[in-house]
Every structure is written in structure tokens, then in C-alpha cells.
Design a binder for this molecule. Structure first.
Ligand code: ASP
Length: 439
């Protein structure tokens, strides 16, 4: 049995946290492939090492003195090294980094040093071999991740090895230029490693005991989701639920490797299992609720629209021509609604409206602004009667006006549009009807 274990920023923010990781590794012999983030926050007002590095590099670019910033970053590592009692001197590493900053080798290089150095610390403390992600995670010259080449390089490098520490978040182009994933990208690195070693499990250790049914900033103490499918997760992450980087599911998904979200501070909690498919029924009809504010619904009406061939295409063309991405498109017989991000749309609204007029000559175009979209996601919805009914009666009881409804044909989710001001109350009402009253 082989497991990849990825530890996020808060899990390796201090010597105390590193000790917890060592216990986690010691408690299961299959946990031998370790991916680390850079040291994150130790307390809520603390600054992540990655942000310190970005800050220092911005000074370098502006021609300002950044030596104090690098000293502060080195102090973070020295504190960890001291607390762990290992022999590791990062002086030479920091000289190289300082030169890199002076030569303005790049923002990605700067940010990646957080993971690189933490990988060195982790390898020293856990006794595993360090692999530099620059040697095995490949990007192309445009900064796009190259999956096949990476898999080939990693497989070759890991041949005959029985464990390693891989720093997350970065890789390099064929000529050695460091490139990072987007923020939170160590999750992707862990997934890539899990694919390469054909892991039985990808454990992603963080500071919460799994995915929650709803955002804890909105619902008090929400339940943990025990098991979720990749597709459900994708829907929820897209709508703003964040625990795992959006791209992290793709490498493991193609291999059918489950992801287990775990809590470094509460290692016995089972966390959330993310799987391809499951017979496991969720505890509630729904799996999760997530949402985003700030949309506008462009409502287009024209008599006999349904018989006009090409109508939808032409409407969509006007959004495409103005480089506006479309979120949802509920439609009626003589109406069509296009839901888009308000901030993207606002800047170009008059161009879009006049183009729609020119292309399809509608009777009216109306805009409904300040809309929030809420996704109620659940693989169980297909088997259960009355899910939509319960959602809408809960919203009606909470005096919330539903502005838009969209149910995908997969029956995996129902999207509801409400006014921004009703957003939080709508989520609470939906949570209560499916979760609280079911307990
Ligand atoms: N350290 C990087 C960040 O703060 C990447 C990561 O933690 O996954 O975004």
C-alpha cells in the first residue's frame, strides 16, 4: 500500500506542527511520499512565507532593499530547524536566493523558494530523500503544465525509491525556468505524485476535518461531508467552496485514486473521502451547498423566439465577441436569460446590448443586477422526490424571492439565483431544511 501525503501551509508552519506530521507518518507505514507547502500562518495575523517572498521580490523589482525581508524569512526556517533539533544550515541557500532576487530571475522563482526550503527541512527531519520539483514537474514555455512529460520524469526519478519529499507548488520549463501553479498549487503537486506512483490513496492534510456541507462563516458549525464524488466536488469548488485547489482532482481522477482530506491537528478524524463514484449514500439528501455573489442576469424576450433558428447562437455570439464568459442560461419559450459575472459585464454592457439588438432584434432586454448564485449539490437528488420542492418552500418560509432556477440534466445540482442581500439567509434556510431538521 502506498499513500501520498500532502501537508498544507498551516500543517508545516512551525516545529510543533512538523512534529505532528512525524507522528502521522509514523502511525502508518504506507505514508512515505510526502509533499509540503511553504510554512503558512501560525496564528491568524501571521504572514505566510509565500506572501513574504512575493513581498520581498516586489521590493527587488522596485530596486528597493529586500535584505531585511529575506532575513525575516530565514528566521522562520531557522526557528523550525532549531525547534526540531536537526542539523541544517540554510545560509548558502539564502545566498543563492539573494542572487536570484538581485538578478530578477522571476516572481515564480521567488515564490517557489518557500516550498523548496520547506522540502529540505522536511527531508532532513523525516529522513526521506529530497526531490527538487524543478527536475520532475514540467511546464512549457508559456507556463502551462505538461502532464505526460512530468509523469515520465517523475516515474524515472522515483524508480527504485521507497519514499521521498517533494516540495509542492512549482516545477520548471525544459530550460530550467521555475514556474508555479496558481495559489494553493501544492495540492496539484500531491495529486501529480499520487498518479506517478500509482498511489492507493492521496491524503491531503490541512487544518479542517474535511469539506463542510456549507460555509462555516454563514452556517454555525456545519456538518462534515464524509464522502463526495469528484463531480460533486467540482460543482462545489466552482461555486466557491475552497479546501482543495480546483485542478488537484484531475491527475488522480484519471487513475481512480481517492483523495482523503484530513486534519493535521485532529489526525484521528476520518475527514472527507473524494471518490470517482460510490454506493455510499450521503447522510442528507444533499451533499453540499456553495455560492457566489455578484452576477447579473441579462433577460432577453422576443415573441416567437423559439421558432427563430440561430437565435441563441447569435445572442451568445455577442457575449463571445466581447470576451464575456457565461455562467448559466435558463430559458423559456420566448425568453432567454444569460447569467454573467457583473464586474466583467459592467464594463462592456452597452456594447453587448447593442450587439444583441443588431443581431436578433429582441422585443426587450432587461438586466437584473446584484444576483447571487447558490448551488445545491448532491448525487442523492436523482433518487429523491421533492428535493426542489423542499428547497423552494424553505426559501419561501425565509421570505426569500427566487430570481432564477437552473437544474442541470445530470440532476447533480440545482442552481438558484437570489438577490445578493438574501444570499446568507438563503444558504442558512437550505442547510436547515436538509441538515438540521434531519438530525
Ligand atoms: N505556498 C503556496 C501558496 O501559499 C502554495 C500552497 O500552499 O499550496 O499559495
Amino acid at each position: 500500500m502506498k499513500k501520498v501525503v500532502k501537508f498544507g501551509g498551516t500543517s508545516c508552519a512551525s516545529a510543533e506542527q512538523f512534529k505532528k506530521i512525524k507522528d502521522i507518518l509514523a502511525s502508518d507505514i504506507s505514508r512515505r511520499y510526502v509533499v509540503v507547502s511553504a510554512p503558512g500562518k501560525r496564528f491568524s495575523k501571521d504572514i505566510k512565507v509565500t506572501d513574504m517572498l512575493y513581498g520581498a521580490y516586489a521590493k527587488a523589482e522596485a530596486g528597493q532593499d529586500f535584505s531585511g525581508d529575506l532575513k525575516a524569512i530565514k528566521a522562520r526556517y531557522d526557528e523550525i530547524i532549531g525547534g526540531l533539533g536537526i542539523k541544517l544550515d540554510l545560509t548558502e541557500e539564502f545566498k543563492t536566493i539573494e542572487d536570484g532576487f538581485k538578478n530578477l530571475v522571476g516572481k515564480d522563482y521567488a515564490a517557489s523558494r518557500g516550498e523548496y526550503l520547506n522540502g529540505k527541512v522536511a527531508a532532513g527531519y523525516f529522513g526521506f530523500q529530497f526531490i527538487d520539483a524543478a527536475d520532475v514537474v514540467r511546464f512549457d514555455a508559456d507556463g502551462n503544465y505538461v502532464a505526460d512529460k512530468t509523469n515520465e520524469l517523475l516515474t524515472k526519478r522515483l524508480n527504485g525509491m521507497d519514499g521521498c519529499v517533494l516540495p509542492g507548488f512549482y516545477g520548471a520549463t525544459a530550460d530550467g525556468k521555475i514556474v508555479t501553479f496558481s495559489r494553493g498549487g501544492s495540492d496539484v503537486s500531491g495529486s501529480i505524485l499520487a498518479k506517478a506512483i500509482h498511489a492507493d490513496m492521496y491524503e491531503n492534510w490541512t487544518d479542517v476535518s474535511g469539506f463542510l456541507v456549507a460555509d462555516p462563516r454563514i452556517v454555525d458549525d456545519p456538518e462534515v461531508i464524509k464522502c463526495i464524488t469528484y463531480r460533486e466536488l467540482r460543482e462545489l469548488s466552482y461555486m466557491g467552496a475552497s479546501v482543495l485547489h480546483e485542478a488537484a482532482i484531475f491527475p488522480v481522477r484519471s487513475e481512480g485514486i481517492p483523495i482523503n482530506i484530513r486534519n493535521t491537528n485532529s489526525p484521528l478524524d476520518p475527514g472527507t473521502m473524494i471518490v470517482e463514484s460510490t454506493c455510499n449514500k450521503s447522510d442528507f439528501t444533499i451533499t453540499g451547498i456553495a455560492g457566489k455573489k455578484g452576477f447579473v442576469a441579462v433577460y432577453i424576450e422576443k415573441d416567437m423566439m423559439n421558432s427563430e433558428i440561430g437565435f441563441c447562437r447569435k445572442v451568445l455570439q455577442s457575449f463571445e465577441d466581447n470576451q464575456i464568459s457565461i455562467e448559466h442560461m435558463p430559458s423559456g419559450i420566448d425568453t432567454m436569460t444569460v447569467v454573467v459575472h457583473q464586474d466583467e459585464f459592467e464594463a462592456k454592457e452597452q456594447q453587448v446590448i447593442s450587439e444583441i439588438h443588431r443581431l436578433v432584434d429582441p422585443d426587450t432586454i432587461e438586466l437584473a443586477t446584484d444576483i447571487s448564485l447558490i448551488a445545491v449539490v448532491g448525487r442523492g437528488m436523482r433518487q429523491n422526490r421533492g428535493t426542489a420542492g423542499r428547497i423552494f418552500s424553505a426559501l419561501a418560509h425565509a421570505h426569500i424571492n427566487v430570481r432564477m432556477i437552473d437544474q442541470g440534466s445530470s440532476e447533480l445540482n440545482i442552481i438558484i439565483g437570489v438577490a445578493n442581500r438574501d444570499f446568507e439567509n438563503a444558504i442558512k434556510a437550505i442547510y436547515d431544511i436538509f441538515v438540521t431538521t434531519q438530525l
